[in-house]
Design a protein around this ligand. Structure first.
Ligand code: MG
Length: 161
């Protein structure tokens, strides 16, 4: 008897000058970066919320509040490692994760493989268990006007119990 759970996550951060652009733990060449308390890695944040949501464990703001100085400039992959620990200690495994990053620029396709490799390493799964897609917002709305980048993720967890 295998139990399954599904979770979804969403995040958005503003694009600003003077910040690095980090998505899926990968530094991306771009004149603008994402504003935030941590490294503002929207993709990793959406994935964390999907994992937490699958087990009704709340959201990343609960574990890593933006008011807490210890998370200032935090590497989001380290936060993802902690979230994965919460999943594992409850006896759940990752079936798969699928995600999409919405960014008008830059073109993310050249980076998607590296992002998937990094996230699959942190989560100790095969790269083919981590789907990462990129799309634009067709110039519509704040994301389309390059005011920000957002990401969506779903996660499927399985348990033998
Ligand atoms: Mg965030």
């Amino acid at each position: 008897m295998t139990s399954i759970r599904i979770g979804n996550g969403y995040d958005i951060h503003q694009l600003v000058a003077g910040r690095p652009l980090i998505l899926g733990g990968i530094r991306i060449e771009h004149p603008l970066g994402l504003q935030g308390h941590s490294d503002a890695d929207v993709l990793t944040h959406a994935i964390m919320d999907a994992l937490l949501g699958a087990l009704s464990l709340g959201d990343i703001g609960h574990y890593f509040p933006p008011t807490d100085p210890q998370w200032a400039g935090a590497d989001s992959l380290k936060l993802l490692t902690q979230v994965y620990g919460l999943i594992m200690e409850r006896g759940w495994q990752i079936g798969n994760i699928d995600s999409v990053v919405v960014a008008e620029r830059p073109k993310l396709k050249p980076y998607l493989g590296a992002m998937g490799d990094r996230i699959s390493q942190v989560l100790q799964v095969r790269p083919d268990q981590i789907g990462i897609k990129a799309t634009t917002n067709e110039k519509l709305g704040p994301v389309g006007q390059e005011q920000g980048i957002c990401a969506y993720a779903v996660a499927l967890l399985t348990s033998a119990a």
